[in-house]
Design a protein around this ligand. Structure first.
Ligand code: ZN
Ligand code: ZN
Length: 493
């Protein structure tokens, strides 16, 4: 009898596909919340509903100590690093704006493509400036391009960079048109379901939706329509939906990390997350999708709010304060301009001017660093080519090197004192920004939820570059081609 049962069982094992097939979720959902500080998970915890963001915290696995391991901590880099598991030195996405062949470019600029869904220039975008593959690309490669990959956000870069090169589509908000568009990189005309959804989300052309609470609502409206109409997660081939919520960033910049505006946008995010999870449970099925929540960077508290409570800080306002430095440098070095541009902590020098002058590049770099460090709120100004030989604490040194792209990042990087962001120094200034190495900018949420994820958390240090290899390890697919992160999937066992 025992023998018969055993034979029967073995026979069953041979015919049951679950014993011989790779197990993967039907859908991966990447949810990136722009400028979501890690501590927003807990600062608003008591106000979140039980089935929204709290559902992720209470049921998912949270990597509580996930840090960004490069500077500057800005949107384009954050989104590309999450999905590529890599850093600007290797991805080519050196910032929201950087230089290519001596010319300033926006990260997603592509003059070879045009808008689809509007007549504006807001659709002249693609992922072509990104050198690395992302989760969507390796998923496509692993499934012989049968997976569907779609990116959605109000910001173009937050839709395009997460979706990657081989994506089926990326959709973003065209402010001049007042609805979502894409570019000819992906398709010739908008799918019927996007046209239909656009009628529901349409705003008066020119309306600033990116700095509005309804911006969150519209993003999730399009995300749900994508799942529904593209049949994401409806078969055994895993799809990827990369959603990014942009309004949280613009509201943070304008109104700061505290107050009614920030509260309102996070409450709307919470409501939308609750509805979206219910929707996914119904459409894709509980346990059939793997969702991760993260952020492209955090944000500093407003410096006036800090100093009001005797916590040091201020507005570096280098946009204004660079002018007197430039005048002094021109006098000292004998050519003009010395500094060609400044962006997110980078200084681009005038190389043509240096070549024609009597000074060497090394002499100019030294003079500029010295002058910048005369500003009492700048701790370090370093030659990008010589960071490792400079007396800067090791973690920051490594972040500067990871963020330095030799072809695109300029010549010098400066590090301000803690509490000092490059913002307005006026006592009436209410907003904030991000870009620095400090925990307020670099500490982000990373929570996995759903398929094959048990509840738990760890305070072990993790990095933004670990997100992509973790997802890939869980799926048993090769990690992206420039990945420098490490899989954290063992924590889930
Ligand atoms: Zn951002
Ligand atoms: Zn921002």
């Amino acid at each position: 009898m025992k023998k018969i049962l055993l034979t029967l069982l073995m026979g069953l094992m041979l015919v049951t596909p679950s014993f011989s097939q790779i197990q993967r979720p039907k859908l991966i959902v990447g949810l990136v919340v722009d400028q979501m500080r890690w501590d927003y998970l807990y600062y608003y915890y008591n106000q979140y509903r039980s089935n929204g963001l709290r559902r992720l915290v209470d049921n998912g696995f949270s990597f509580e100590n996930t840090l960004i391991n490069y500077v500057p901590t800005v949107t384009a880099i954050g989104h590309s690093s999450i999905y590529t598991g890599s850093v600007p030195a290797l991805t080519g996405i050196a910032g929201n704006n950087f230089y290519m062949n001596g010319k300033p470019v926006y990260c997603c600029d592509d003059s070879t493509v045009t808008s689809v869904g509007s007549n504006s220039k807001e659709g002249m975008m693609s992922p072509r400036n990104l050198w690395a593959t992302g989760i969507g690309d390796v998923l496509k490669i692993a499934t012989d391009y049968r997976s569907k990959v779609i990116g959605i956000a109000l910001k173009d870069r937050a839709a395009i960079l997460p979706a990657g090169h081989a994506a089926d589509a990326a959709y973003w908000w065209d402010q001049s048109a007042g609805h979502f568009i894409t570019s000819t990189y992906y398709m010739k005309q908008l799918p019927e379901w996007v046209v239909r959804t656009n009628k529901l989300v349409q705003e008066k052309p020119g309306t600033n939706v990116k700095t509005s609470v309804p911006g969150v609502t519209k993003t999730f409206q399009l995300a749900e329509a994508a799942v529904e109409n593209e049949q994401l997660g409806q078969d055994s081939i895993t799809d990827l939906l990369a959603v990014s919520v942009s309004s949280t960033d613009a509201i943070g910049h304008t109104y700061g990390t505290r107050g009614k505006e920030n509260y309102d946008v996070f409450m709307e995010l919470d409501r939308q997350v609750a509805d979206f999870l219910d929707f996914l449970d119904k459409k894709v099925g509980k346990g059939n999708y793997l969702l991760f929540l993260s952020a492209d960077h955090g944000g500093a508290h407003n410096h006036n709010l800090m100093t009001e409570h005797k916590i040091p800080g201020g507005g570096l306002n280098l946009y204004k304060n660079l002018k007197p430095i430039e005048i002094e440098l021109e006098k000292e070095l004998g050519f003009a301009p010395v500094i060609k541009d400044e962006n997110a902590g980078r200084i681009y020098l005038n190389h043509e001017g240096i070549a024609k002058s009597s000074k060497t590049l090394a002499e100019v770099k030294k003079a500029v660093c010295k002058k910048l460090q005369e500003n009492e709120n700048i701790l370090y100004a370093v030659d990008y080519e010589n960071v490792l030989a400079t007396s800067i604490p090791q973690p920051i040194r490594e972040m500067i090197v990871n963020g330095y792209n030799k072809k695109r990042s300029g010549d010098i990087y400066y590090v301000p004192k803690a509490g000092w962001e490059n913002v307005d120094d006026a006592p009436t200034y209410k907003g904030t920004t991000h870009a620095e190495w400090n925990p307020y900018d670099a500490h982000i949420p990373f929570i996995l939820y759903g398929w094959n994820v048990k509840h738990g958390q760890t305070s072990a240090q993790a990095h933004i570059t670990d997100i992509a290899p973790t997802i890939c390890a869980m799926m048993h697919i090769q990690m992206p081609n420039s990945c420098v992160g490490t899989s954290l999937s063992d924590y889930l066992k």
